[in-house]
Design a protein. Structure first.
Length: 282
């Protein structure tokens, strides 16, 4: 496995695993994951075929694992999670960037809210393509570029005002316009990317930050400033959030853009575009 602490690494993967483990122990903030799981399964239901061996990559609370197991034709679902609890399922501790699976082992890979933590998303997609059987399906949901745009804005402005500089606190995310091209570059056939926006409202900034902690979605950037936000910075951020984004009832919105990726491992039976006829010159 490559060195997780390399100075050029985007994420501190040990911190990320600890955040997910803490969230799994708490087990209380799962509403967003369950909503995304339902929307992911809606996309799977339009595919009229069975997938006997499936992988739930980033299994977290195992809710998606259970949904996949209930699907007709499913014989086995392997649950893979970077931060398993001692003595508890999932089956395999696996990071999306360092997959321990053999080639062509799965008919279906489903991943809910894990791949946005891949520092090398193109490389992770290549690995996912490798472990799919021919005509196997990848179906993934990850946070997109508009996720937490309000929080990014207020933290930037508050830190700049209170501390004279900013530290990276919100992870970079994929843009929907780039997603299908990434699938194609990774070798997937018939790539499709679409996005949906989920808006969650909170009474205040502290409630939002508590939920992000409970989801395991707190800052794990390698270049982050260690330690908590200063009290003055947090207070200013809360004030800017309320002033700039508050709704008529006083609650604040948090935007989560979810990008859904669909791609197939190439198979000889897949339809292929006709070659373009050569044009004669002269």
């Amino acid at each position: 496995m490559p060195d997780e602490t390399h100075p050029t690494a985007l994420f501190d993967r040990r911190a990320w695993r600890l955040h997910r483990a803490r969230a799994r122990r708490a087990g209380t903030v799962d509403f967003l994951r369950h909503e995304v799981n339902d929307r992911l399964l809606d996309r799977l239901e339009v595919v009229n075929r069975a997938f006997p061996v499936a992988l739930d990559l980033g299994a977290a609370d195992l809710s998606l694992t259970r949904l996949l197991a209930q699907r007709p034709g499913t014989a086995r679902v392997v649950a893979a999670e970077p931060a398993p609890l001692t003595g508890a399922r999932p089956d395999i501790a696996a990071d999306p960037e360092f997959l321990p699976f053999c080639d062509a082992g799965f008919d279906l890979i489903a991943s809910s809210l894990a791949l946005h933590w891949a520092g090398d998303l193109p490389g992770a997609l290549v690995q996912l393509r490798r472990i799919l059987k021919p005509d196997g399906l990848l179906l993934a949901a990850l946070f997109g570029g508009q996720t937490l745009v309000e929080l990014r804005t207020v933290l930037f402005e508050a830190e700049l005002a209170e501390e004279g500089g900013v530290s990276p606190r919100v992870s970079p995310t994929i843009e929907l316009s780039d997603a299908a091209a990434l699938l194609q570059r990774a070798g997937f056939a018939m790539p499709v990317a679409d996005g949906e926006t989920i808006t969650v409202t909170y009474p205040d900034l502290l409630a939002l930050l508590r939920d992000l902690r409970g989801m395991g979605e707190t800052n794990a950037l390698a270049a982050r400033r260690r330690g908590f936000l200063r009290r003055a910075t947090l207070a200013r951020a809360a004030a800017i959030y309320a002033e700039r984004f508050a709704m008529p009832d006083g609650r604040i919105p948090a935007t989560f853009e979810v990008v859904f990726l669909t791609g197939w491992a190439p198979h000889p039976d897949h339809a292929k575009p006709r070659p373009r006829p050569r044009r004669r010159i002269g």
